[in-house]
Design a protein around this ligand. Structure first.
Ligand code: MG
Length: 505
């Protein structure tokens, strides 16, 4: 990209080596999860932490910081939106890196390795006490980081902002305050009425062993139907599916094959495809700049959830891929469209977040949000009380009570990796995906019946490109939502979507 503004041009030139470090780190991260021989771990660890140091050095280099400062001063006068975006993103990164002292960064990365190891062992033994001292330590570090970063109202705001620009406890209290009781009510109705979505038989197709090779072929056929450009995109296999973008023209996803419950593999593939499309459809002029790629975690997750749930679990889509499923999954060869649809949309209040259906998923996030807010906020909850609180809330919200810590407080890796403030973005992504669906329906009349049923995804992709993807991170998430949809993280659309789909009202 070339700018008319000489300072911005200097910034973009100086940014190239910084971008290249990110590029290398992304490629190394992808490799680590896919093909790296296991014994390469230690050397990779050295290379990775050295690259991170180098990144920080380049970003905080005085000349570079001065350039960004001088561009910041021009902001009101002559910068266009893209240039303002570049300055905003760099300024955020620089400020954060400067505010957190080196000792805290080091303490966190050390505790991340130790805590993660302890968490793995603790989860295996389902023993919270083994992990407790590490969790305590990490929370202490996070509280210190929050103090260094600063906040207006709540220390947790400082941590939330890292993952979702300008997100606050006030926002989330409002969102979960409205969302949680409504979802609870819908769930109760579904369960009490013996809805077909909740019937045990709806999940029979998930119980038999599938042929991994064949479901692999099925996933590739779906990629072809969704028209993914294999010259800029590839798919591999990993235990936990993810998307990694080296840039705008080398975007990679992974999927998983557990051997049973084939919808998990298909849904993972479609989910990651949604993340990938955000990069693939970003305007090419933003390539190798600080504003390529998505605006925020929530916006990113809105894309993956849109494709996974709104498209992928819709009746027209399930009907569309049903012939492929019958061909590749032998025990599904006689399944009707209706059986497949109910299988993809089976609702079951259960312990594990990553396995949760559309209806119950956000209740899992609500519990994590409540705990994080209390624990970062101060004295409301002690670390030792977390398991009890978790189980109590689980019982209140979902009607199931974990009998082992591995089914409860020990199930997620996030806290051991220092990711406090991350969970809420999953729910925001779900909410935004339904805002998108509703707005899209206004512009593309009957897109479900017209486009999805016939496999014509082009109008949907193009709409997403215009409204969201092309902008990369030029706009902060709140501004993008306002500009494109005249909305915020409004939970009403999600509630209506769930009611309509599952209760038919
Ligand atoms: Mg995701």
């Amino acid at each position: 990209m070339k700018s008319e503004n000489p300072v911005i041009n200097q910034i973009l030139d100086a940014y190239k080596p910084i971008w290249s470090i990110n590029h290398a780190a992304s490629l190394m991260g992808w490799d680590f999860e896919t093909y790296m021989p296991r014994k390469g771990t230690e050397e990779r660890g050295v290379a990775d932490s050295q690259l991170r140091l180098l990144y920080k050095e380049l970003l905080l280099n005085k000349d570079f910081v001065d350039l960004v400062e001088s561009a910041k001063k021009q902001k009101e006068e002559g910068l266009n939106d893209v240039e303002k975006g570049i300055v905003r993103v760099l300024d955020r990164n620089i400020t954060r890196q400067m505010k957190i002292p080196k000792e805290l960064t080091e303490a966190e990365s050390l505790e991340r390795v130790r805590g993660n190891m302890a968490w793995r062992q603790a989860r295996e033994k389902s023993d919270f006490m083994m992990y407790e001292p590490h969790l305590k330590k990490m929370i202490e570090i996070k509280k210190q980081i929050a103090e260094k970063i600063g906040y207006e109202k709540h220390p947790y705001d400082a941590l939330l902002d890292e993952f979702e620009e300008e997100l606050t406890v006030d926002d989330l209290d409002k969102i979960f305050g409205a969302l949680t009781p409504k979802i609870q009510k819908i769930l109760k109705k579904l369960v009490d009425s013996g809805s077909p979505f909740c019937k045990e038989e709806s999940n029979n197709l998930g119980k038999l062993k599938y042929d991994i090779q064949k479901v692999g072929e099925l996933n590739r056929e779906i990629l072809t139907l969704l028209q993914y450009d294999t010259e800029r995109f590839r798919m591999d296999v990993s235990t936990h599916p993810f998307t990694e973008a080296m840039g705008l023209n080398d975007v990679r996803i992974t999927t998983r094959y557990e051997g049973t419950d084939f919808k998990r593999s298909i849904s993972s593939t479609i989910h990651e495809c949604g993340h990938a499309l955000y990069h693939l459809q970003c305007d090419q002029s933003l390539s190798v700049t600080p504003v390529e790629g998505g605006s925020s975690l929530a916006l990113h997750e809105s894309q993956s959830r849109f494709w996974e749930n709104i498209v992928g679990r819709s009746r027209p889509f399930v009907q569309f891929i049903a012939p492929l499923i019958r061909r590749q999954v032998s025990f599904a060869s006689q399944a009707t469209d209706d059986e497949l649809y109910l299988y993809f949309n089976n609702v079951k209040p259960d312990y594990i977040r990553v396995d949760a259906d559309e209806v119950t998923y956000n209740l899992h996030i609500a519990i994590r949000y409540e705990i994080e807010k209390k624990i970062i906020g101060g004295d409301e909850l002690n670390v030792s009380e977390i398991p009890q609180f978790w189980n109590d809330r689980m019982e209140q919200l979902l009607g199931v009570r974990p009998t082992q810590h591995s089914q409860g407080v020990l199930q997620d890796t996030h806290w051991s990796s220092g990711l406090f403030g991350y969970f809420p973005t999953y729910t925001l992504g779900n909410l935004v995906s339904t805002i998108i669906a509703s707005k899209m329906r206004k512009d593309l009349n009957e897109y479900e019946e017209e486009n999805i049923r016939s496999g014509d995804f082009k109008p949907i992709r193009e709409w997403l490109r215009q409204k969201i993807h092309q902008h990369g991170s030029v706009y902060s998430p709140k501004v993008l939502l306002k500009n494109s949809f005249n909305e915020g993280y409004n939970p009403d659309y999600f509630v209506t979507y769930i009611e309509t789909k599952y209760l038919g009202s």
